[in-house]
Every structure is written in C-alpha cells, then in structure tokens.
Design a protein around this ligand. Structure first.
Ligand code: NAD
Ligand code: UD1
Length: 336
C-alpha cells in the first residue's frame, strides 16, 4: 500500500518509514522541515535501498495535501507532523493550536475529499494528564496540563467525532510513552535543535562531551531513588506498533486508542547508569529542583495493544542506550 507519513522526516516518522518499507509498503513523506533535516531522506535511502519520495509542504496547505494524496494514490496516512515542546506551547499556545489542530483539520478535509479513510495518529501519554493510577490503561481519564497536551486531546476528540459520523473511517490514536533510541544503523535518530528538552538526548550529549552535566530535576519524588520514573520505549518497537495498527485497521472501522509503552518504569538515575555502562563514558549530573508540571511516575499498561494488535515492545534498555549512543557518535562526526 502507498502510505503518507506527515512529519515523515522527523524522529519517529523516519524510523516508521523504515519499518513500513521493510514490510513492503511504499512510503511518501510530507514535511515542512521545521524540525528536521532534508538529509534524512538520503540516509533513509541508504537503509531502505532507495530514498522515499518527499513532498515538502505544510500541514495547513490543504490543496497540496489533497494533491499529494491523489498523485501518490495514497491508501492510508500516518500523521506524525506537529510541534511537541511542552514549554514552548505554554509561551506560544496559538502556534500549537494552529500547527497541530488546524494542520490536522486540513489533513482530514483533504482525506475526506480524496476518499482516504485510514489514519494512524501520533498521540501521547500526555493526554492522561496527572496519573490517577498506575499502570495507565486506555480507560484512564483524560485531561491535559498544557497547550501541547490539549492540542493532542482536541485532535483525538475530533477524530472520534469523525469516526462516529461516518462508519467508513478507520482511525487509531497511538498514545506514545517515552520514545528513545535510534535505528541500529546509526544513520537516523533524534537530533534536537538547541538544548534538548527530553532526558535521553541530553544524557547522550553529556556522554559525548557536548554538554557539561545533566540537571536531574528533583530527587525527592516518592520513587525508589527519588528521581522521576518513566516508560522508555525503543523507537523501533514504537515504529512496529504503527505497522500493527495499520494491519488492525485493515479489518475494522471506527476510532481506537492504544498505549504504546513497555509497561516498565525506569528512574532518571537508572537511565544515567545504563547509558554510562553502554557508552563507557561518565555522565556527570547535579540534582536541581523539580521541573514544574512533572509527575513522579508514569508508565503504561500495554495489554490492549498486545491483545488486539498482537504487538509488544521487545527491545531492552541496553539496546535503547546502545543505539542512541551509536547515533550520537555519528552526529558528532557528520555535521548537518
Ligand atoms: P519531530 O519534531 O522529530 O517530527 C515531527 C515532524 O513534523 C518534523 O519533521 C517537523 O518538521 C514536521 N512538522 C511539524 N509541523 C509541521 C507542519 N505544520 N507541516 C509539515 N510538517 C510539520 O517529532 P517526533 O518526536 O518524531 O514526534 C512525532 C509525533 O509524535 C508528534 O506529533 C509528537 O507530538 C508525537 N509524540 C512524540 C513523542 C516524543 O517523545 N518524541 C511523544 C509523544 C508523542
Ligand atoms: C515529556 C513531555 C511530555 C511528552 C513526553 C514524551 C515535558 C514537560 N513533558 O515528558 O509531554 O509526552 O516527554 O516525549 O516536556 N529529566 C531530567 N533532566 C533533564 C530532562 C528530563 O531530570 O534534563 C527528567 C524529568 O524530570 C523526567 C524524566 O527525566 O522525570 C523524563 O523527562 P522527559 O524526557 O522530558 O519526558 P517526560 O517528562 O515524560
């Protein structure tokens, strides 16, 4: 099948492109490159044998989206494109609603116009807000604590309304927990612009010597070592979850939500130690005050995805750290 990946040159989209191509699908990437590098296409070509098609365009350009769906005879869309920095969303909420919510609306209108009715959406564990119980299953109440999270929740609700209005739609919302790691080739990975917001890219940059030390945001949480606990999932396992979701939608219509996580929580200090062991480099850190908005622990119940999609995360913490270390080393050697 021909599959359109919006945000396909980004971190998760590029890894999913590899998995889909390996499964025999033809991928078309649609991206405005606001948070990615066009060089990804050529590196994907090295992994996949030939580079995927890239349409450089914005999600809010409905005409270009409709044209792309027609020209490439697209059968399904995986919608990764969006802005994702929580802190930035607090300062620029309108940019987040415009890019994420309006961008998705334009996509849905273009899909409706061209008769493409299968969609997998990149949602997030952030739609659960403050965890009320652990592990978090899909029945956990939803809520958002910042504009980024609210944009995801608005989109999920828009998708549910659409599926309820017309039984032809097949929609899966995949609620990612904490994607980390990189493709085993070291050719693609996560390379955030500026100072990383998230733990693992920061740890990798400290290990390679680009940054002096990690700030650990609080060691007084009610967790075994006092630092925050999260459900880190290898990006290649996450990518396989998209393939499983597409297969599932082949047989069923309607709106469906799935957690994609491992079901295991790891603390900040556990991640630091695992990275040190794999890289052989020290990761100096200092404990600073808690980051506003952070929760003590957050991890998934991934039982629903296991039961209905036949999907399970399989890669270990060591593989997550090893692949991200390999990628970090390649990044240092190849300036973009
Ligand atoms: P990313 O920034 O690496 O990829 C997103 C891509 O979308 C980028 O290539 C960017 O250039 C593109 N894009 C953004 N706005 C666009 C627009 N208006 N038009 C066209 N292209 C646009 O991020 P990622 O980590 O790969 O995340 C992919 C999706 O998964 C996002 O929707 C994100 O909110 C969601 N998500 C990510 C995480 C995570 O930790 N990485 C966790 C939960 C959910
Ligand atoms: C972040 C996002 C969340 C998103 C999730 C998955 C924020 C506030 N939340 O959450 O919306 O769904 O990623 O991508 O950005 N940490 C440090 N030092 C650092 C960075 C992080 O100690 O420099 C700690 C955090 O306090 C947390 C853990 O590491 O305990 C993981 O942090 P992070 O990678 O930012 O992910 P989340 O907090 O889960």
């Amino acid at each position: 099948m021909n599959i359109l990946l919006t945000g396909g040159t980004g971190y998760i989209g590029s890894h999913t492109a590899v998995v889909l191509a390996e499964a025999g699908h033809r991928v078309v990437l649609y991206d405005n490159l606001c948070n990615s590098d066009v060089g990804v296409v050529q590196r994907l070509g090295q992994i996949m044998g030939s580079p995927p098609a890239l349409v450089q365009g914005d999600m809010r350009d409905g005409a270009l989206l409709a044209q792309t769906l027609r020209v490439h005879a697209v059968g399904a869309v995986i919608h990764f494109a969006g802005l994702k920095a929580v802190g930035e969303s607090l300062v620029q909420p309108l940019a987040y609603y415009d890019n994420n919510v309006v961008g998705t609306l334009r996509l849905l209108q273009a899909m409706q116009e061209t008769g493409v009715r299968t969609l997998v959406f990149s949602s997030s564990a952030t739609v659960y807000g403050e965890p009320r119980y652990l592990p978090i299953d899909e029945a956990h109440p939803t809520g958002a604590t910042n504009p980024y999270g609210r944009s995801k929740l608005h989109i999920e609700q828009m998708l549910a309304d659409l599926a309820a209005s017309d039984g032809g739609w097949k929609i899966a919302c995949l609620r990612y927990f904490n994607p980390v790691g990189a493709h085993e080739s070291g050719l693609i990975g996560e390379d955030p612009r500026g100072v990383p917001n998230n733990l693992m890219p920061y740890v990798a940059q400290v290990a390679i010597g680009r940054r002096q030390r990690l700030s650990v945001f609080g060691d007084d949480y009610p967790t075994p070592d006092g630092t925050g606990v999260r459900d880190y999932i290898h990006v290649m396992d996450l990518a396989l979850g998209h393939l499983a979701a597409l297969d599932y939608l082949g047989a069923l219509s309607g709106w469906h939500a799935f957690n994609l996580g491992t079901g295991q929580g790891h603390s900040v200090l556990e991640m630091v130690r695992a990275f040190e062991a794999v890289s052989g480099r020290p990761v100096p850190y200092q404990v600073v005050s808690r980051r506003p908005g952070d929760v003590a622990s957050c991890y998934a119940s991934a039982d629903k995805a296991h039961q209905l999609l036949g999907w399970q995360a399989r890669r270990s913490l060591t593989e997550m750290c090893l692949s991200s270390w390999r990628w970090q080393q390649n990044c240092e050697n190849t300036p973009s």
